[in-house]
Ligand binder design. Structure first.
Ligand SMILES: Cc1cc2nc3c(=O)[nH]c(=O)nc-3n(C[C@H](O)[C@H](O)[C@H](O)COP(=O)(O)OP(=O)(O)OC[C@H]3O[C@@H](n4cnc5c(N)ncnc54)[C@H](O)[C@@H]3O)c2cc1C
Length: 296
């Protein structure tokens, strides 16, 4: 591992034994052996190639807003692509994987471009959001994507179209093939700046009213099962406020598991398992986690 670390350090900022609780919105997670922050596409490729060559496990993160890292942390290298390109050309915005969706949405609004309001309150990066096909209030990122620059598993950097990215509900071909998002071109429409800002404000007020934003979480814990709402099923099982240690089904929104203070990943996972069991028992519906779980 020392060999890898010194090679990475030549090209990018690196932290050792880095607590992942600092890099997840759940504020949970043991330490990663190595946390590397490449700032160019070439250095993302360098980090990934090095890990592959040395047979060291690696995992890509964005803002950690859909991530649960287990309590003993991650053996290997966490790579966070800090690609911060953000530019606009007519009705198109090019955003590096490390730019926050909120910042892209704000740039769109400032330039009277409509179509991205739905994403302004999603606390993830463009890379994580595109990979997950993040969505809210009837919109999904796939609706506004023209092309995505990816690094394939085979080590090729290339542009793919929205169709080639094979987006689905909270998933994509990018995620399934283990490719990495480097940059995304969003295509938006001319609109009225005040109306765009008003819509963003309204949606974000709605979020604050309905979601437990005052507690650390990873957003919706489970995917929406077809024909149902996870939060409603959980509520109808009488599990509002149900806790395991400091992990709790939010009293405000049953679709969220929150960290009341010092929750561990083990507590969150036990809570998720108990909730899934109860929902299966009562309604025969299988809840699938939306949150990505890594580590040991
Ligand atoms: C309060 C709150 C509200 C939320 N509301 C919503 C919502 O309305 N809609 C919604 O869809 N989500 C929501 N989320 C979940 C989360 O914000 C989104 O899924 C977001 O897109 C994740 O982005 P991230 O950068 O944090 O990714 P991370 O959590 O860091 O990673 C998520 C997944 O993406 C992968 N990934 C990250 N970066 C890249 C990359 N560059 N290339 C390839 N793969 C990558 C990771 O490997 C992982 O599998 C919410 C979360 C919170 C905490």
């Amino acid at each position: 591992m020392n060999d890898i670390v010194s090679k990475l350090e030549e090209k990018m900022p690196v932290r050792l034994n880095e607590p992942m609780s600092r890099h997840t919105t759940f504020k949970i997670g043991g330490a990663a052996d190595v946390f590397a922050m490449p700032q160019t596409a070439e250095n993302v490729l360098f980090a990934v190639s090095l890990c592959r060559e040395k047979n060291v496990p690696y995992y890509i993160v964005g803002n950690g807003s859909n991530l649960l890292v287990k309590d003993k942390g991650f053996r290997g290298v966490i790579i966070r692509p800090d690609l911060k390109e953000l530019s606009i050309d007519g009705n198109k915005i090019t955003a590096g994987a490390g730019t926050m969706l909120g910042a892209v949405a704000r740039l769109a609004a400032d330039n009277s471009l409509t179509g991205m309001e739905f994403a302004s309150g999603i606390p993830g990066t463009t890379g994580g959001g595109v990979c997950m096909n993040a969505g809210a209030y009837g919109g999904e990122l796939k609706d506004i994507i023209e092309t995505v620059k990816i690094l394939t598993r085979e080590g090729e950097i290339k542009n793919i179209s929205c169709e080639e990215a094979a987006f689905g509900y909270r998933t994509s071909g990018i995620m399934k093939t283990g490719a990495i998002v480097l940059e995304t071109v969003f295509v938006l429409e001319k609109g009225d700046k005040e109306a765009i800002l008003n819509k963003m404000n309204t949606l974000n007020t709605q979020r604050r009213e309905k979601q437990p934003l005052e507690y650390p979480s990873a957003g919706s814990t489970f995917k929406r099962p077809e024909g149902y709402f996870a939060g409603k099923l959980i509520d109808d099982c009488g599990l509002r406020g149900f806790s395991v240690g400091d992990a709790q089904v939010s009293e405000k929104h049953c679709g969220f598991v929150i960290n009341k203070g010092d929750a561990t990943a083990a507590e969150v996972l036990e809570l998720m398992e108990k909730v899934s069991e109860k929902v299966m028992e009562k309604f025969g519906v299988k809840l699938e986690p939306e949150v990505r779980v890594i580590g040991e």
